[in-house]
Structure formats: C-alpha cells, structure tokens
Design a protein around this ligand. Sequence first.
Ligand code: SAH
Length: 217
Amino acid sequence: MEKVDLYRLARERMVETQIKARGIKDERVLKAMLKVPRHLFVDEALRDQAYGDFPLPIGEGQTISQPYIVALMTEALELKGNERVLEIGTGSGYQTAILAELALWVYTIERFPTLLERAKKVLKELGYKNISFKLDDGTLGWKEAAPFDAIIVTAASPDIPPPLVEQLAEGGRMVIPIGDEFSQTLIKGVKKGGKLHTKALEPVRFVKLVGAYGFKE
Ligand code: SAH
C-alpha cells in the first residue's frame, strides 16, 4: 500500500480511538482532523509516530500537542466558519491548519523564528490562504487585528493575559491552559458583558507561555 494511504488509515484510526472515543462530537472538528496531514508537521524521522496518542518534539524544546488535546480545544471554540481566530503559540502549525479549516481567518503568533518559518512553509505548501503570521510575544495579543471571535493559547500560563480578554469580542470564546509549569487546567472562557466567564475543562500539561503576561524566561 502507498505510504499516503497508510497515513490516511492512521488518521482514521486516530479519530475513532483517540478523539471520538473520548467524547468529541463536533462533526466539523472530526472532519478537519481526518483531513489535515499531521505527519507533515513533524520531523521526517518522527512521521510514523505522528498519529500516536501523545505529543512529539518539534525543536526549540517545544512540542506538537497530542491529537485529542487539539480536538478538545478546537471543539471548545465552537467555530461555525465565519470567525476570526487568534492563536498564541504556532509551534508546528498543526493546530493552525485545523483552525484554518474551520474558521474564516486565523491570526497566529509564535516567539521562535525557526518554528514560525517552518510552520509558514508547511501551511503554504498545503495551500492555506487564510492565515496571518506574526513573530512576537503573543501574551500581548494582536491589537491591530482585534477583536477576535475566538482565542486559543497553546502554551501554559500562570494567569489569563489581560490583553487577550480585551481583544476577545463580546460572546467570543477563549481556551487556555492555566497553572504552574508542571500541571495546568484547561480553561474555557466566554466573554459576556465585557467580562470573561470561565469553567474548567480538563487537567493538561503544556510547555510554558513565555512573555510579558506569561512566565518569565
Ligand atoms: N499548537 C502548537 C503547540 C506548540 S507548543 C502545535 O501543536 O504544534 C507551544 C508553542 O507556544 C511553542 O512553539 C512556543 O514557542 C510558543 N510560545 C510560548 N510562549 C509564547 C508567546 N509568549 N508568544 C508566542 N508563542 C509562544
């Protein structure tokens, strides 16, 4: 069998056993996870592990999130297709691709130039045209492009960065792992009456969000 078909099969198995089995129901999210070739977002040597139930290293001490966590966070954003989404922590660009499948436009910020350039290249080769990239401290948000209908932070933060709450539209959704550097709780917030109303989703473990409103270097 062709390698491409094997990756397709691996994706189908991933969606069934890791994602649907754990309760993710949003059909659009499931469809996007079936479509995006996750193996292209990791180093060639790691491709055969790309659909495993775990995160993988992507360089600079960072990781591509476990597939289930990507699905869980994406579902929580409740994307219908017409949203402008802000993503903090581009990393491999895999989560970015999932968002680009499901929203109108994705604004993504990464602090490592090497990771940003590689993600940009892969996403361009895959044909995505609805993504804006920025090399910056994402804890400050992206003021010129605000407000956003949804904000996703894919690195762990001690608190919710205030600029991100400001830049979230009324009715907008935010997902962010909050805690210390060893363990966090995935938080979902909805902005109502100018305030973020939060609830806890699941215990998670992410790499650190490093910046003005995150952890210090
Ligand atoms: N969604 C990515 C996750 C990458 S890990 C993926 O699945 O591949 C988290 C990323 O957040 C890392 O690439 C890290 O460099 C980045 N990051 C950490 N602090 C940041 C900040 N203040 N601004 C932007 N990116 C940040």
